[in-house]
Write a protein that binds this ligand. Structure first.
Ligand code: BJW
Length: 241
């Protein structure tokens, strides 16, 4: 890896591993969500069309659960990096892209989080195409606050749907000189391809994970350990503390 001082624009991609130590289930780890539920049933538009009650209950349970969890040291460190990096490197940017639908980055102090797979705490009305902040259940089919039609669905990106804010993400990647992937298995595209995009434009690539991801060979460096330890240590190193 190049000396830390040579970086200016940093793009960080996070996955379920960054929230694991806050008590939020990952998807593909032993005992993770995909061992308890079939992906095709709960995370595809076809599954939702087949059995909306099952899908709404699955997301109601997870929406309620995240509200009982707190950010961990990794979320807090990334919030600190976003605030302090532009002071350390004038004009420098930190773009935080998360695949997570929880709000722990925001509660850890991050401001401009890009939720490419949506958010638990917003819902989408498929009748009038509006989005609303939502903390309660959906399985009882509440009316949309805008149009009153009971057509609210979780505002999350399922397999076969297009992730959010892709133009912004690729714009940030095209300016990045450091790409950092934290706590994601590299199993799901397009996020799994970001490291190659970043490398094509010459960025350095660092992976922070409990174990090597599927695309580990694309990174210049991999650091293994729990996110709550290795992320704060990396941020400290980067900020020259
Ligand atoms: C720790 C830790 C600790 C644990 N500390 N680390 C064939 C080939 C290629 C692609 C495709 C294909 N067939 C279909 C596709 C496309 C498909 C896809 O990728 N499929 C794959 C399965 C092959 N992708 C899509 O359909 C996407 N859309 C799309 O491609 O549209 C086309 C398009 C794209 C771009 C422009 C234009 C058009 C949509 C994908 C939607 C994914 N949705 C989900 C559900 C979201 C809502 C919800 O939360 O329920 O997103 S699936 C699920 O996986 C969720 C996650 O965000 C995502 C990634 O999971 P993540 O975060 O990596 O979690 P895990 O569990 O996999 O890994 C946890 C990691 O943490 C592990 O590495 C652990 O080691 C680590 N860890 N404890 C540090 N303490």
């Amino acid at each position: 890896m190049a000396a830390m001082q040579t970086y200016r624009n940093i793009v960080i991609l996070t996955g379920a591993g960054v929230s694991a130590e806050s008590g939020i289930d990952t998807f593909r780890s032993a005992g993770g969500l995909w061992e308890q539920h079939r992906v095709e049933d709960v995370a595809t538009p076809e599954g939702f069309a087949r059995d909306p009650d099952l899908v709404l209950r699955f997301y109601d349970m997870r929406r309620a659960a995240i509200q009982t969890k707190a950010p961990n040291a990794a979320h807090v460190a990334l919030g600190r990096l976003e605030r302090e990096w532009p002071k350390r490197v004038p004009g420098g940017t930190v773009t935080l892209v998360t695949q997570n639908v929880d709000d722990l980055h925001e509660r850890g102090g991050s401001l401009g989080v890009i939720h490419m797979h949506g958010e638990h705490l917003t819902v989408w009305c498929t009748a009038c195409d509006t989005r609303h902040r939502w903390t309660g259940p959906l399985a009882d089919r509440p009316p949309c606050p805008e149009c009153a039609v009971p057509a609210l669905r979780p505002d999350v990106v399922w397999f076969g749907e297009v992730p959010y804010r892709m133009e912004e993400i690729f714009a940030a990647l095209s300016e990045a000189d450091l790409f950092v992937s934290i706590g994601t298995s590299g199993a799901v595209y397009p996020a799994a391809g970001f490291v190659r995009t970043a490398r094509e434009i010459g960025a350095q690539a660092l992976e922070l994970n409990l174990e090597r991801s599927q695309g580990s060979q694309w990174f210049h460096e991999t650091r293994l350990g729990p996110a709550s330890e290795i992320v704060p240590a990396w941020v400290e190193e980067l900020l020259g503390g």
